[in-house]
Design a protein around this ligand. Structure first.
Ligand code: ADP
Length: 390
């Protein structure tokens, strides 16, 4: 039994064939530059990898080509055992607090939510529509916002005129929920108890923090959109909204220009010119002042969030790092944990230095807070949620 997990973007289609029981990724691939003259296709199955360049006009042709690749390179569709297709969907609004089997009504609700995620939901729908047409198994939508639908009202509500907020559906939805749910559950599993006050730091290109008490999210750093919160690869994270008024009135910038500035030209990229943490880290090590300041801003923001979430939860049992930076950047983990020494956080330097794909504790035995590294696996989380719905 396998689940085909699809992440459909406006001009791309990424997929992974997952065995939800063993957690194995059996095959994976992507189609990029859909709609351009020359699209790129990549499909991997075991040791075999195929890279092709060919025109792919739309998502329907992209998925048809992917299905051909399964038959040509493997595993053949007749033997792949696909029982469901799981779709990553960024915005589930207030409609979805868990995954949903996609029927016409669910499809239309995802479309209705497009104004809240204009870059994502319409792109997901392209993948959903063609998969429903071409693969005759249940299609399931797994929402990035679902884990945070149950946030306490105090955490989800902006102090905005309540009629305006209601009219335009403005509240904190969060994002990366599939990862925060998967990782916080993995911590509970690993430690053998769900009764934990957890902070999870998902630090990838996008970055977010969550506070989780006994398996339920009680706060998260992303808000109406993924722009709010931590410093990210290209996003500002928290910024005074009055910066928008200022850039508009004094800088003469349009709404779209400011949107691009905040979402695509800020964060690490805005501060250093590089959005990749490895490049920023190595420049800082060589003494580059911009890179060092960027890391200081990143760490300062992380420490602030961990501290505030500890206060919100009335304590902290576990602090978990995940995603590209969280799983790999031992120096960043050390910098954050050093600043939390006042809370009794003690890092085990040797354990922190170990590189591994396994869930592991990197704090000392006598640390007041257990610090962990947990590899996230959003595809597996989507596959498991899809299976549990069937
Ligand atoms: P995405 O949000 O695109 O899924 P990832 O979770 O793959 O992102 O994380 C990408 C980030 O992880 C990049 O900033 C990259 O530089 C960083 N990263 C990967 N490996 C390392 C490493 N060894 N040290 C520091 N940062 C790393």
């Amino acid at each position: 039994m396998t689940v085909l997990v699809i992440n459909s973007g406006s001009s791309s289609l990424k997929y992974q064939l997952v065995n939800p029981e063993t957690g194995d990724a059996i095959a994976s691939g992507l189609v990029e530059r859909i709609g351009e003259n020359s699209s790129l296709l990549k499909h991997s199955y075991g040791a075999q990898e195929v890279n092709l360049e060919a025109p792919v006009h739309d998502h329907s042709e992209a998925l048809a080509k992917v299905l051909e690749l399964f038959d040509q390179v493997g595993p053949a569709l007749s033997e792949a055992g696909i029982v469901a297709v799981g779709h990553r969907v960024v915005q589930g609004g207030s409609y979805f607090s868990s995954a949903a089997i996609i029927d016409d009504r669910v499809r239309d609700l995802i479309e209705e939510l497009a104004p809240l995620a204009p870059l994502h939901n319409p792109a997901h729908l392209k993948g959903i529509d063609v998969a429903r047409e071409l693969i005759k198994v249940p299609n399931v939508a797994v929402f990035d916002t679902a884990f945070f639908q149950g946030l306490p009202a105090a955490a989800a509500t902006y102090a905005l005129d309540k009629e305006v907020a209601a009219k335009y559906s403005i509240r904190r939805y969060g994002a990366h929920g599939t990862s925060h749910q998967f990782v916080s559950a993995a911590v509970a599993d690993f430690l053998g108890t769900e009764e934990l006050k957890q902070v999870v730091l998902h630090l990838g290109n996008g970055a977010s923090a969550s506070a989780v008490v006994n398996g339920k999210a009680v706060d998260t750093s992303m808000g109406l959109t993924p722009l709010e919160g931590l410093v990210m690869g290209t996003r500002t994270g928290d910024i005074d909204p009055a910066a928008v008024f200022h850039l508009s009135r004094v800088g003469g910038m349009s709404t779209d220009e400011i949107d691009t500035l905040f979402n695509k030209q800020s964060g690490l990229k805005g501060l250093t010119g590089d959005n990749d943490m490895r490049a920023v880290r190595s420049r800082a090590t060589e003494g580059d002042a911009d890179a060092r300041l960027a890391l200081d801003v990143v760490v300062h923001r992380l420490v602030k969030y961990v501290g505030s979430y500890t206060a919100v939860m009335g304590g902290l049992d576990t602090l978990t790092f995940t995603a590209g930076i969280g799983e790999n950047d031992a120096e960043l983990r050390a910098e954050v944990c050093e600043r939390l020494a006042f809370m009794g956080v003690k890092l085990d330097a040797d354990a922190n230095a170990v590189r591994s794909m396994e869930t592991r504790v990197i704090s000392t035995e006598d640390s007041a807070v257990k610090v962990l590294v947990v590899p996230t696996n959003e595809e597996l989380a989507i596959a498991r949620q899809a299976m549990s719905l069937l």
